[in-house]
Design a protein around this ligand. Sequence first.
Ligand code: 5GP
Length: 197
Amino acid sequence: MKGGKLIVFSAPSGSGKTTIVRHLLEQPELNLAFSVSATSRARRVKEKHGEHYYFISISQFKNHIKNDEFLEWEEVYRDNFYGTLKTEVERLWAEGKNVIFDIDVVGGLRIKKKFPDQTLAVFVKPPSVDELKIRLKKRSTESEDKINMRIAKASVELATAPQFDKIIKNYDLDTALSEAKQLVLDFIKEPTTETTD
Ligand code: 5GP
C-alpha cells in the first residue's frame, strides 16, 4: 500500500480527540478525509452507518480478520471490536486525500509502525482522569458501567503518550484546535519518501 499522508489522533475516550478531528476535517487546506472504522459495538442514536462507523456484527468482524482485510484492529472494550479496513484507506488515497484516524492508542501506534514516515501520530491528553469522568458523564452516551470501563482503561492509555510523535494537551479547546491544525499543516508540507507493501 502507498499513498498520501496518514494523520492519527489517539487518546482515552472523552479526551476530546473526536472534536479535534472534526475541526480539522473542516479545514480545506489540509485536504483530509476521515477513515471510517468498522465496529461491532451498538450504534448510538445520532450515528450513521458509513459516516461515523461501518456497524457490523461480531461474526462479520471476525471474517474480516480471518481474510486479513484489516490494516489494524483491536478489541478496544470486551466484545467491542474496532478496526481500519485496508479498502477504506485505499479508497481515500485513490481520491488523493490525506487520511485522518480517530482510533485507540494501540491501533494508532500500529499504523505509525506500518507507515513510519508517512504517519503523524498525535496523542491528545486530557487535564486529568477526573476530568475525563466528568466529560464522559456529561456526554451521556454510555451507561455508568461502560463509563467506568473506559476510565479504568484511561490510565493505561495515558502511559503510552511518550510513544507518539506529538502530544496535544486538551486543557483549553481553542488552543488545542489551533495547535492541532498547525501540526498537521507542517506535517503535510513535508515530502514523503516511503512506500510500504
Ligand atoms: P467509541 O465507542 O467511543 O466510538 O470508540 C471507542 C474507542 O475506539 C475510541 O478510542 C476510538 O478512537 C477507538 N476506535 C475507533 N475506531 C477504531 C479503529 O478502527 N481501530 C482502533 N484500534 N480503535 C478505534
